[in-house]
Design a protein. Structure first.
Length: 234
């Protein structure tokens, strides 16, 4: 027997309130650990430029950075709670085959995001900063490099998010395949065009240097090839 619509709405409201409360709790906690997060995000720059200096140009820069990092922490830590409540809300109405498809996706999506962000943090950012610093010191006259703290953290966070999102590629391909929207034979047939598209995507998501684009494109190509192995032929 199907539950009335008001019952579903009350359940949805309850789950949204739980998620919002969790976000608020993690946001408050994130304010206290924001300085630690900032120190962690500065590590790639310090390793490439140990004697460098970053600057604050506004009185509110410190507050803005702490609140931004707290919000970022709250969003990331609340995501598993949101996915849990979303699963509990929709799973009763799903068929067995749909559950077998959705549950692994909801589990693997955060994992792939973490892998992508970690790859950017440990591999791309140190190489990119070494390249940028070297380019900034090739001026014809004496120059001083003073990165702005807000600009630096905005740049780093955007790179981490870009890599985390880009590493969702296998899930997108597999879902399209399992739902009958993308045939495995078609993917194999147009593989060369897909690889070109990956390089284009890498050029959009990364800083404007060839090294960063290659560093993102190569693992995406590997993930693309692995995705083909998990696609159904029919």
């Amino acid at each position: 027997m199907k539950a009335p619509i008001m019952t579903h709405l009350r359940e949805l409201k309850s789950r949204l309130l739980w998620t919002a409360g969790t976000f608020l709790l993690f946001f408050v906690f994130g304010i206290f650990i924001a300085p630690i997060m900032q120190s962690v995000l500065l590590v790639p720059l310090i390793e490439s430029w140990g004697d460098g200096t970053i600057i604050y140009t506004r009185m509110t820069d410190g507050l803005y950075i702490d609140l931004s990092l707290a919000a970022l922490f709250a969003i990331f830590t609340t995501m598993p709670v949101l996915l849990y409540h979303l699963w509990r809300f929709v799973s009763p109405g799903l068929k067995k085959q749909e559950k077998q498809l959705m549950l692994p996706i909801m589990v693997m999506s955060p994992v792939l995001f973490l892998i992508g962000a970690s790859f950017a943090y440990f591999v791309l950012l140190p190489l990119a900063f070494e390249f940028f610093i070297r380019m900034n010191y090739t001026a014809a006259m004496d120059s001083v490099l003073l990165p702005h703290a807000r600009d630096y953290l905005t740049f780093v966070i955007s790179i981490l998010k870009a890599f985390g999102i880009a590493f969702q590629l296998p899930l997108v391909l597999i879902v399209l395949n399992r739902t009958g929207l993308l045939a495995r034979d078609m993917v194999i047939k147009y593989r060369r065009y897909a690889i070109v598209g990956i390089f284009v995507l890498a050029s959009v998501l990364t800083p404007p240097d060839v090294l960063s684009q290659i560093i993102l494109a190569l693992p995406l190509i590997l993930l693309f090839e692995l995705s083909i192995l998990f696609m159904r032929k029919n």
